[in-house]
Design a binder for this molecule. Structure first.
Ligand SMILES: Cc1cc2nc3c(=O)[nH]c(=O)nc-3n(C[C@H](O)[C@H](O)[C@H](O)COP(=O)(O)O)c2cc1C
Length: 186
């Protein structure tokens, strides 16, 4: 069968959130500033959002992790997205990305974006040997393991993938991408 001709408009930003308390609220705030965003929510993210008594930004399409085959990934084949952002990304999700595992909605959108050559921005949160993070009960100290830090480094070698390690870095990477899209397609 011949390939389906490319017919997409690439007019939307895909954004996946995972179950990381670290920078969870801040990532939601950034999403709230953007237009034409579709959200992909991991099962853990759906739980964490309740634990932090937080809310998803309103007025967006939200895809939850309810099917084994991650049906919404078909949108990547249809050319709907110009960019995929994964923020915040847990060390669990980063590890799965690095080893090519696609067994849930977020790991599938990452894999399919990669296979469809959609540029990806990942905000990896376990990026320093010692971090302060906000648990539902307050600020706690955590010490990401060597494997967590190594996986972030491995992810930096992926094609079409920008890894950022701070909120400022995330905002700057999105801004740069939006400006590039504006100048290239205006
Ligand atoms: C309140 C809470 C906060 C969490 N924060 C983090 C975090 O900052 N970083 C992290 O890697 N995992 C964190 N986790 C653990 C992840 O949610 C867990 O590894 C989960 O399996 C990740 O699934 P996902 O990667 O599919 O979203 C947290 C869990 C809870 C309950």
């Amino acid at each position: 069968m011949p390939p389906i001709p490319y017919a997409g408009t690439r007019s939307r930003l895909g954004w996946a959130i995972t179950g990381s308390g670290h920078f969870f609220e801040e990532s939601l705030e950034v999403i709230g500033l953007l237009k034409n965003v579709d959200l992909f929510v991991s099962k853990a993210a759906a739980e964490v959002i309740r634990m932090y008594k937080s809310r998803l930004p309103e007025g967006m399409r939200v895809y939850r992790d309810t099917t084994a085959a991650s049906a919404p990934v078909g949108l990547f084949y249809e050319g709907v997205y110009h960019t995929l952002v994964i923020a915040p990304a847990t060390s669990n999700t980063v590890a799965k990305f690095v080893f090519g595992i696609s067994d849930n909605l977020v790991t599938n959108v990452f894999a399919q974006a990669g296979k469809c050559r959609v540029p990806i921005i990942v905000f990896a949160c376990d990026t320093a040997p010692e971090l302060e993070t906000r648990a539902p009960g307050g600020i706690v100290k955590v010490w990401p393991r060597r494997i967590d830090l190594e996986n972030v480094e491995r992810l930096k070698g992926f094609e079409d993938t920008t890894v950022v390690e701070s909120l400022d870095g995330l905002v700057a990477a999105i801004d740069e991408r939006m400006r590039w899209l504006e100048t290239s397609f205006s």
